[in-house]
Design a protein around this ligand. Sequence first.
Ligand code: T4K
Length: 382
Amino acid sequence: MLSLPTQPDGDLHVGRPTPGDRALFNELVDGIFDRRRFTNNGDLVRELELRLCKYLGVRHCIPVCNGTTGLQLACRALKLEGEVIVPAFTFPATVHALQWQGVRPVFADVDPKTHNLDPAAVEKLITPRTTGILGVHLWGRPCQPDIFQTLARTHGLKLLFDAAHAFGAAFDGRRIGNFGRCEVFSFHATKFFHTFEGGAVATNDDELAASIRLMKNFGFKGVDEVVFLGINGKMPEICAAMGLANLQVIEALLATNRKHHDTYRRALAKFPGIRFLDFDDVERANFQYVVIEVDEERAGLSRDALMAHLHANGILARRYYYPGCHRIEPYRSLYREQMDRLPFTDGLCRRVLVLPTGSALEESDVGFVCENIAAALCKKSR
Ligand code: T4K
């Protein structure tokens, strides 16, 4: 027998995964073994795709091995080249997907109120070299996809979205997955909806979907006919089983996230220097991240001091997405001239702290985190 630790390593982490419907998962895994079909577009992957399409109301939702590969496939299938405008306030994978394809990322600043890409800042950066806009629905809140669609149409640009955080979110009554030329989800274990590792490219464009399907399977059209350059972007059956088990609990998880978010807000919004994001009526967020901004002057302590206090008490809050993609390699070396022109992004990188949430936390855990934050703030203001 293997001797592995059986105790959980603490649930007060940002990113604790949801186990989904475990009985269904186990049943599906038995089926995988019975059929001996482990990967290569098996029954469960096909079933997951059907269910995802139905849930999102989209024509195609192609499962892939992770969100990063999904972004790379999308960038390549859209033939992005030259320059593409993208936020720097995002996970590195968003920008890596462009650079990996030899596309120059041009960083636009974000709106400090929403944390999402600012359309006015994007418009100012459009040049004859621009071929596309890569928006990010940060924290699972839609990033004004209607405005970006108009902007892309006006300037003849390709528009795609990194929807890594936004599964289950909607804008103006339409689910994320239906905007731009395509939208890419991450189904990583830390995400609202996950497949352990995984992702999907959602699109209503049949031609684009056909080339992504070929590309994610080495370019194979038939059993031994390869029609163009591809990679291995396939999702295995075990991951699809997790996805199907998670789809069963998605509404309950959304309700839990919403409840935790509201509890945090009720307990903490009264403290000077702590700000929560406000949500618009046209947006349906999934609340998978509880994001606060710590204004050092008004709060009496810095974001980093608050984070250190929480870590010392076993609460693993995270300062996503510090220090911003413009300040990490290879971008800070390659694009020095872009470093100091993102004041709102830099401000958020100094102030934002993400708090633990999700199904691993009880209401009392959220209370414990709030008490610890309150204690740190009160101590400093005494
Ligand atoms: N675009 C955006 C905007 C993204 O946020 C991401 C991924 C992508 C694209 C790329 O999608 P993928 O290729 O990953 O599908 C984590 C995730 O690894 C990453 O997927 C995610 N974004 C990012 C926001 O979070 P780290 O570096 O923070 O991971 P790590 O290992 O520090 O884990 C975070 C916390 O979660 C820890 O406190 C431990 C906890 N955890 C994690 C795992 C994996 C668990 O408790 N159990 C687990 O199984 O990036």
